[in-house]
Design a protein around this ligand. Structure first.
Ligand SMILES: [Zn+2]
Length: 196
């Protein structure tokens, strides 16, 4: 598993910081919440998301739960990073509604998720944001299921023009180019308030 970018780039700006990470120089930004000044650096005192307030010239860290390993039954939210014929790779970003600092890989077996009689449909596409349930963690692989009404794609973009898709009649339609797309949508797809 690759390490977070913040570990490699010690002195560069980071959006997610680990304790001790360089955030800014004191000339640029004042040390805000969950940070400390040390010599010519403002550093993070907690793991979390870096927030820079340009008007106050202040850098702060919003704490993020350091994720435990996904376990069977967890609800996850992530983005499809790879979509193959029968599987899709998902980068898990939320675990039971809490943003994870580390991101975990998950796999959806789209072939086994298909409705009966060999029906062919597109379950997920590259770039989709999906809500899924951890079905198995056998051999260290987070196998994800989207086979419930509240699970599936919660946000997607038009594969023709890249605009955000909106909810149509059981399908998703692009308001820009009229393209209609099929997915295994979650029941709250296209609503204003998606909860991870
Ligand atoms: Zn479009």
């Amino acid at each position: 598993m690759s390490k977070p970018e913040t570990i490699k780039k010690k002195e560069g700006p980071a959006t997610v910081a680990l304790p001790g990470d360089f955030l800014a120089s004191p000339e640029e930004f004042l040390a805000g919440k969950n940070t400390y000044e040390q010599g010519d650096a403002v550093r993070a005192s907690l793991p979390g998301r870096v927030e820079k307030d340009l008007s106050k010239r202040e850098v702060a860290v919003r704490p993020v739960a350091v994720a435990r390993t996904p376990t069977v039954g967890d609800t996850v939210l992530g983005q499809v990073e790879a979509a193959m014929t029968s599987t899709a790779g998902v980068k898990i970003r939320y675990l039971n509604g809490v943003e994870t600092l580390a991101s975990f890989p998950g796999t959806i077996f789209t072939r086994s998720e298909r409705g009966g009689r060999g029906e062919r449909r597109t379950m997920v596409k590259l770039g989709d944001v999906v809500r899924a349930k951890v079905a198995s963690t056998l051999n260290g692989m987070n196998q994800l299921s989207i086979d419930e009404p509240h699970l599936g794609v919660v946000a997607a973009m038009c594969s023709v023009c890249g605009a955000v898709l909106v909810r149509g009649d059981g399908r998703a339609q692009c308001e820009q180019c009229g393209n209609v797309e099929e997915r295994k949508f979650a029941d709250d797809f296209g609503t204003a308030n998606i909860q991870p």
